[in-house]
Design a protein around this ligand. Structure first.
Ligand code: NAD
Length: 355
């Protein structure tokens, strides 16, 4: 075994169907007096239910979370937290809502209790993101890592298949890149492989039977492992490319991950054989890129960038942007290589078999 460094991130996880019932005692356990409940407009009713459960531990509801955390939304949320005297946030929703909680934590230092309702994994990471004038900045800061995460699968039953499927592929992407991360380690690799296994078996069951609570619970377990992997080690080509496509071309986050992932894996296949063997094995496939493509297709997720808003004329610029700043990746990142990858992802082509 090679030498490695492992950083354990300090967060508490309360896992299981029905565990939202534990929220008031978890809030009290952190010494919080008044928490501001955050949500998207679409999940307002859920946020109100949470505020009711918290009774006098609730400072109010702020329901303006949107994708990629615009700075103006973050500023409005901080102002509301100050106005209502909140000393913590409860973020209930997907990566957008948890991202808003992180923006408040970054600016104003409030602790976050996260209640994730998608599989994005943000709740397990110290990574924040803020968007201004079409440019998304991200960074790592220990103070944005949620103190407590409550995984209650009953809250994900309402997640429709067309959001659940790409959200699950987004989680699998964290696991794939963790397996070949330059600062990877055997503990995170174990979690990443287990995360892929859990998601690969649960996502088809969820799409077939959306109210299958056992499958929903299994997917949340996979999403937790995926988020922990994302939080612990560096991501490479796939995440950088999706960040560029989301930030500069305003493509939807999870759908973009779904379309790019098989092709990013194909790009790195020969340069990271051990990681690819683990991915393939966890998927029950003999080839990682094709296994990923097949899973996405089987669960009805869109596999072509052209179907999620990418314009063909933007592929050159996307390849240029994605190769401007160097970053660690198993295979050297070149303009021609990335341009070809993007073309394949744009078309939604099945990755070529291994040679
Ligand atoms: P999202 O949070 O935008 O949610 C998508 C939509 O689904 C929203 O309208 C939301 O209200 C709705 N929704 C969520 N849960 C639901 C449920 N159970 N039932 C019905 N509707 C539900 O999407 P996402 O993919 O979870 O998050 C994407 C954002 O998170 C991006 O901005 C991305 O950059 C960020 N992200 C950050 C990290 C990190 O570590 N910082 C990790 C992953 C994603």
């Amino acid at each position: 075994m090679e030498n490695f460094t492992y950083n354990a991130l300090p967060s508490r996880v309360v896992f299981g169907a029905g565990s939202l019932d534990r929220l008031p005692q978890e809030v009290a356990g952190l010494g919080v007096e008044k928490a501001l409940v955050l949500s998207t407009p679409r999940q307002r009713a859920l946020a109100e239910d949470v505020a009711r459960r918290l009774a006098d531990q609730a400072a109010g509801v702020f329901d303006q979370a949107v994708m990629h955390v615009p700075v103006a939304t973050a500023a409005a949320a901080v102002a509301e937290a100050k106005r209502c005297g909140a000393d913590a946030c409860v973020a209930i929703g997907g990566g957008s809502t948890i991202g808003l909680g992180k923006a408040i934590a970054l600016e104003f230092g409030l602790p976050i209790i996260a209640v994730p309702t998608t599989y994005a994994g943000s709740e397990m990471t110290p990574i924040w993101g803020l968007t201004e004038a079409g440019v998304k900045r991200t960074g790592r800061d220990a103070k944005v890592l949620p103190k407590t995460v409550i995984y209650d699968a009953t809250l994900t039953v309402s997640l429709p298949a067309h959001i659940a499927a790409p959200s699950g592929m987004n989680a699998i992407a964290h696991c794939v890149e963790a397996l070949y991360a330059e600062d990877g380690n055997p503990i995170i690799s174990m979690m990443a492989a287990e995360g892929i296994r859990a998601l690969a078996r649960s996502l088809p069951a969820i799409v077939a039977t959306p109210d299958d609570l056992a499958a929903r619970t299994d997917a949340q377990y996979g999403a937790w492992l995926a988020g922990a992997a994302l939080g612990a080690v560096s991501m490479s080509l796939h995440h950088k490319l999706c960040h560029t496509l989301g930030g500069s071309f305003n493509l939807p986050h999870a759908d973009t991950h779904t379309a790019v992932l098989p092709h990013a894996a194909a790009y790195n296949r020969d340069a990271a054989p051990a990681a690819m063997a683990q991915v393939a094995h966890a998927l029950g496939s003999d080839d990682a890129p094709n296994g990923l493509f097949d899973l996405a297709s089987r669960i009805g997720a869109k596999t072509a960038l052209r179907d999620v808003g990418m314009q063909y004329d933007d592929l050159d610029r996307a390849a240029e942007l994605a190769t401007t700043n160097p970053y660690a990746n198993p295979r050297p990142v070149t303009f021609d290589g990335i341009r070809a990858l993007l073309e394949a992802a744009y078309e939604g082509r099945r990755p070529a078999p291994a040679t």
